[in-house]
Design a protein around this ligand. Structure first.
Ligand code: HEC
Length: 135
């Protein structure tokens, strides 16, 4: 009997442990619905901090949201348009053209380091491929 309760404790324990740890994976997709963008937590943090302010529906930056609106993926943007925008995101971020350098002069904390640029570049290219495959 004692043996059984030890085994039972071990089984329940490891079940809880794996459930708990799998929820803390850095690459959990936090926007899992169809359409929209699949953003791992680390990607979303960068975009929220450095891009979203100028590129969402409520943004006061009319030129910015006209060119790119993150809220339009999976709705206003067709799949082919989404793929195109994602490629632009990859290229402009990798080359350091976004966020705009004028803006960074006053907001240096929004600048991306090389790792963050690479992360956005890889992610945007992967997402672009998914949209292109579904066009
Ligand atoms: C201070 C506001 C501002 C921030 C912050 C900003 N952008 Fe922009 N973005 C703009 C403006 C304004 C334009 C349109 C004019 C231009 O291309 O310079 C633009 C254009 C773009 C375009 C071109 C879309 C197209 O189809 O031509 C992309 C892609 C883009 N931004 C991505 C990003 C990404 C990714 C980030 C974050 C890493 C970012 N932007 C941060 C203001 C901003």
């Amino acid at each position: 009997m004692k043996k059984y309760s030890i085994i039972l404790t071990a089984v329940i324990g490891s079940f809880l442990f794996f459930n708990f740890t799998s929820q803390n994976q850095p690459n959990d997709n936090i926007i899992p619905e169809e359409g929209g963008l699949n953003m791992p937590v680390d990607v979303k943090a960068i975009i929220d901090n450095s891009c979203y302010g100028c590129h969402n529906t409520d943004s006061k930056n009319e030129d910015g949201k006209e060119e790119l609106n993150f809220d339009y993926f999976g709705s206003e943007y067709s799949n082919i348009k989404s793929a195109g925008k994602l490629k632009e995101i990859a290229t402009l971020t990798k080359d350091g053209d976004m966020p705009p350098s004028k803006y960074l002069e006053h907001n240096p904390e929004k600048a991306l380091d090389d790792n963050q640029k690479a992360l956005i570049n890889d992610w945007a290219r992967m997402e672009a491929k998914k949209y292109k495959a579904n066009k």
